[in-house]
Design a protein around this ligand. Structure first.
Ligand SMILES: NC(=O)c1ccc[n+]([C@@H]2O[C@H](COP(=O)([O-])OP(=O)(O)OC[C@H]3O[C@@H](n4cnc5c(N)ncnc54)[C@H](O)[C@@H]3O)[C@@H](O)[C@H]2O)c1
Ligand SMILES: [Fe+2]
Length: 384
């Protein structure tokens, strides 16, 4: 069977990656729309970007309205600004929210209509040039053909998945991630870990995606606790920034599975940040997928060094699951109750969340394909 493997056209990584990319940015046009959030402006990250743009003689407009995970109206606003200001290309700087918004704005600019019509749609026309600069590690959105936008009319987190959503340039400078507070660092790091585990255990995994998934998992096991507990450790931040990029590449090519399928509805209904809802779910979903993914989880146990000589494949897979759950425990991931979700409201939402999860298609990529009842039971398990 043949597989298509896609990554951004250019990836600049390491300290000063932004400055190094100047000449490439300049080739995309004279005026950029910068898509970001107020925190990036406050931290001075936008200033670093505009300093570079000033140096290379590119003008810009800043749209800093992505102050939560993106909704369809934020995209509408961005499209209006892009057109009114006659911009020629897009730069997203921030976590996954600004980067995803940047891609969605680009898609609507060249393809028209409303972003609410884009779920599952093939994007016909190429986007204007897109540049993605992550400040979390992370979603990997800088290297994925994915954008996730909430339609607040239907309370559905729409999954847009099309090769045209891949950024032309990814700029991965770990320095941008140093200011991320511990809770954001932990949740976004577990998002990356989930991408890599899901890509590796996806039915669509193949040799190229496996390379990136395994490398990401090893780096994350080695560094996530350090960045969570000592955020100023630049070497660990560097490793996590690369791991996030690798995990994004892995899942963009091999797809995510049950955790992401179930995570999006929790985000849409209860406004739980994406990384946090993944972290909550990973611990109940990993034991569920184990019977279908034993050999692969056993291999991961060997890669992270928890397999012991003489273990059966089943015991090796268990060792990986246990190690992952133990790692999650060190990161103090909130439970749904600690996040402030009402148990009754959550249980009432379970049938809708389960159908939305299945409708997204992601659970169908799991090596143990769940049905509606099993998904409902896994949601309930979050409260045991
Ligand atoms: N496109 C993809 O491939 C993909 C993959 C996974 C998730 N996502 C989507 O990405 C979104 C989540 O992105 P995210 O988890 O990166 O969070 P985010 O972009 O929503 O940011 C979370 C918070 O952290 C702050 N923040 C970000 N970087 C910071 C820094 N360096 N210092 C201090 N604060 C910082 C932000 O201002 C915000 O308040 C969700 O909508 C999710 O569905 C997309
Ligand atoms: Fe994710």
């Amino acid at each position: 069977m043949a597989n298509l493997f896609s990554i951004p056209q250019y990836i600049f990584s390491g300290e000063n990656a932004l400055q190094m990319s100047g000449q490439h940015i300049k080739s995309y046009g004279k005026k950029a729309l910068i898509v970001t959030d107020d925190m990036m402006v406050k931290l001075g990250n936008v200033q670093k970007l505009t300093d570079t743009l000033d140096e290379i003689g590119v003008s810009y407009v800043i749209y800093s309205g992505i102050n939560s995970e993106p909704t369809h109206s934020m995209i509408d606003e961005g499209v209006d600004i892009y057109k009114k200001e006659k911009c020629e290309f897009l730069i997203g700087i921030g976590g996954g929210s600004p980067m995803d918004s940047m891609k969605a704005i680009g898609a609507v600019v060249t393809n028209g209509g409303s972003i609410t019509e884009y779920m599952g749609k093939v994007i016909e026309h190429s986007l204007p040039p897109t540049i993605a600069i992550p400040t979390t590690a992370g979603t990997g959105s800088e290297a994925t053909k994915v954008s996730i936008i909430t339609n607040t009319n239907t309370n559905v987190k729409m999954l847009l998945n099309d090769p045209k959503l891949m950024a032309n340039i990814a700029i991965v400078d770990p320095v941008f991630t140093v200011t991320a507070p511990p809770a954001v660092t932990a949740a976004t790091g577990v998002d990356a870990l989930t991408h890599a585990i899901e890509a590796y255990t996806s039915l669509k995994a193949f040799s190229m995606s496996d390379i990136y998934a395994v490398s990401a998992i090893k780096r994350i096991f080695d560094n996530i606790y350090e960045v969570y507990s000592n955020g100023s450790n630049l070497q660990a931040r560097r490793e996590m920034a690369i791991a996030s990029l690798e995990a994004g590449i892995a899942f963009s090519n091999a797809s995510v599975t049950i955790v992401h399928g179930m995570s999006r509805p929790i985000g849409a209904m209860f406004h739980v940040p994406h990384g946090l809802s993944n972290a909550m779910l990973l611990k109940v979903c990993l034991p569920y997928i184990k019977p279908g993914a034993t050999a692969r989880l056993n291999h991961l146990a060997k890669e992270i060094g928890v397999y012991r000589q003489g273990m059966t494949a089943d015991e090796g897979a268990d060792a990986f699951v246990v190690a992952t759950i133990a790692l999650l425990r060190t990161l103090n991931i909130q439970t749904p109750a600690e996040f402030g979700i009402s148990r009754d409201e959550f249980f009432q939402a379970i049938p809708k969340m389960s159908s939305d999860a299945l409708a997204s298609g992601s659970p169908g990529n799991t090596r143990r394909v769940p049905n509606q009842e099993e998904i409902e039971e896994l949601y309930r398990k979050l409260w045991y």
